[in-house]
Design a protein around this ligand. Structure first.
Ligand SMILES: [Zn+2]
Length: 246
C-alpha cells in the first residue's frame, strides 16, 4: 500500500489540517485491529485508538461532494468497510469473536465456520415521470425544505422491480409502469447501494403517506423546488430528466 485511510469506532478519521491519508510508516507505528484493501495502492487501517494528530471524524458528505468518480468510490468503500468492521465483531450464530477470513475480504467464525462478508443493503431510488412533469417529494426526515426522488430498501425475497412499484405505492399511493434502469451508486450512510430507475406514472392520485413522505407533487422543468446535492444519484436522476427524454 502507498497510503492508508484510518478509521476508529466505525468512522473514517482525518487530521486537524484536513488530511485524509497517512503513510505505511505511520500505520506501522499504530495498534491496528485490521487492514483492508480499498483501491489500488490505498488501504484502510482500523486503529484501536486514534492518533492524537489524526482524530477528527471525517466529514464524509463534504468529502464525497468534492470528489471525482474514483475519489467518491474510494471514500464510499472505506466508510462502508469501517462501519462493517465496527458492527460485525461476533458470530451471529454462536457469539464467538470473528477473525479475518484467510482468503476473502470477509470475517469467519473460528468455532462454527460461519463466513460474513461486508454488509451491502440494496435500495431502489426512482424518478417517476408524468408527461412533462416529474414526481418529487419531501421526506419528513429532511432537515431543509428540499424535494427528492422516492427511495426505499429492497426487502428479503423481493425483486428490485417489485421494490420500485411497492415503494412508490406505499409512499405516495400511485401505480407506475415501464420501470427502466438508470445507474447505481454506493451510498455509505451507512451501507446502501442505490439502484436508480425511471418509471412512468400509470394511475392513482398522489397521496403522501404522512409518515415518511409529508409532501409530494408533480414538478415541471421550469419550476423546480430546492433539490438534493449534485453528488447524489437522486440529483443525477433529476438532471438526466431535465436534459431530455428519459
Ligand atoms: Zn460461530
Amino acid at each position: 500500500m502507498l497510503q492508508y485511510l484510518l478509521s476508529h469506532a466505525g468512522h473514517l478519521l482525518s487530521g486537524a489540517d484536513g488530511r485524509c491519508f497517512v503513510t505505511p510508516e505511520q500505520v506501522a507505528a499504530l495498534a491496528t485491529e485490521a487492514l483492508y484493501p480499498v483501491a489500488e495502492g490505498i488501504g484502510l487501517a482500523v486503529v484501536a485508538e486514534p492518533p492524537a494528530d489524526f482524530a477528527v471524524p471525517l466529514e464524509l458528505r463534504a468529502q464525497l461532494a468534492q470528489a471525482d468518480q474514483g475519489g467518491y468510490e474510494l471514500f464510499a468503500r472505506g466508510a462502508q468497510l469501517a462501519v462493517w468492521h465496527d458492527q460485525h465483531r461476533f458470530c451471529g450464530r454462536c457469539g464467538t469473536p470473528l477473525r479475518h477470513h484467510d482468503a476473502d475480504l470477509a470475517k469467519q467464525c473460528p468455532a462454527c465456520g460461519l463466513t460474513l462478508y461486508p454488509r451491502i443493503s440494496p435500495c431502489i431510488i426512482v424518478l417517476v415521470v408524468k408527461g412533462e412533469q416529474a414526481l418529487l417529494a419531501h421526506n419528513a426526515r429532511f432537515a431543509g425544505r428540499w424535494f427528492s426522488t422516492l427511495a426505499g430498501f429492497v426487502e428479503s425475497g423481493e425483486s428490485v422491480e417489485r421494490a420500485v412499484a411497492r415503494e412508490v405505492q406505499e409512499e405516495v399511493g400511485i401505480e407506475i409502469a415501464n420501470v427502466r434502469y438508470f445507474r447505481s451508486q454506493p451510498w455509505p450512510f451507512p451501507h446502501s447501494l442505490m439502484l436508480g430507475f425511471f418509471a412512468d406514472y400509470a394511475a392513482g392520485e398522489l397521496t403522501p403517506d404522512g409518515v415518511e413522505i409529508d409532501e409530494a407533487g408533480w414538478f415541471s422543468r421550469d419550476a423546480l423546488p430546492d433539490l438534493p446535492p449534485p453528488f447524489s444519484i437522486s440529483r443525477q436522476l433529476i438532471e438526466a430528466w431535465m436534459a431530455g427524454p428519459v
